[in-house]
Design a protein. Structure first.
Length: 170
C-alpha cells in the first residue's frame, strides 16, 4: 500500500474498540491570570532566578519613566520580555551575561543593555538576536548578533556604568 492508497476511514469506523479514557485535568493554582499562568511563573519556567522572574513581572506592568517616551518604553519592555520568554535570557546568564547586561537602564548614552540594543528589530521568525561565544586565546567572550535582515551588528556586554540599574528597581 502506498501513501496515496491510504484510507483513514478504516481507522475511524464506529466499530473500533472502546476509546481510551480522557486524562484527568491538572489542578491550576488560584493565582493565575486569564491565560492560566502568571507572568512570573512563565519566566521561572524559562530558567530565570526567582528575583529576576518577579522583576520581569513587575516590569511588564510599569509605566514609562519620565526620562523616556511611552513608545520607546513599550519597545524596551517588549524586547525585555522576549529575552525572558524565549529562553534567551537564561542562556545568556549561563554564558556569563549579568542581569544588567540584559535588562539594565542607565543615563549613560554610550551604553546599552541587550534589551535596549534589540530596539524592536525582529526577523520573519520573531527572532531578535542570536547569542554566540567567541574564543580569544583563553578568554571566551559572549556576544549577540541581530537576527533581523542578516545584518552584521554585534553587541558585547560592555563595562557597566555606575548609573546602571535594573528597570524594575526604579
Amino acid at each position: 500500500m502506498s501513501f496515496l492508497d491510504f484510507d483513514a476511514r478504516e481507522y475511524l469506523d464506529s466499530g473500533s474498540p472502546t476509546p481510551a479514557k480522557a486524562a484527568k485535568l491538572a489542578k491550576v493554582e488560584a493565582e493565575t491570570d486569564p491565560r492560566g499562568q502568571t507572568l512570573a511563573a512563565l519566566a521561572t519556567l524559562a530558567g530565570l532566578p526567582p528575583d529576576i522572574s518577579e522583576g520581569m513581572a513587575r516590569l511588564r506592568t510599569m509605566r514609562a519613566p519620565r526620562w523616556t517616551t511611552a513608545e520607546r518604553w513599550r519597545v524596551f519592555v517588549s524586547d525585555a520580555g522576549w529575552l525572558a520568554d524565549a529562553g534567551i535570557a537564561a542562556d545568556a546568564l549561563n554564558r556569563g551575561w549579568s542581569p544588567l547586561d540584559l535588562w539594565g537602564v542607565s543615563g549613560d548614552d554610550g551604553w546599552q543593555s541587550l534589551a535596549a540594543w534589540i530596539d524592536g528589530r525582529r526577523d520573519e521568525h520573531g527572532r531578535a538576536c542570536v547569542l554566540l561565544t567567541e574564543i580569544r586565546g583563553e578568554r571566551q567572550l559572549p556576544y549577540a548578533v541581530h537576527a533581523s535582515q542578516g545584518r552584521h551588528s554585534w553587541h558585547y556586554p560592555a563595562p557597566l556604568p555606575a548609573s546602571a540599574v535594573l528597570p524594575w528597581t526604579i
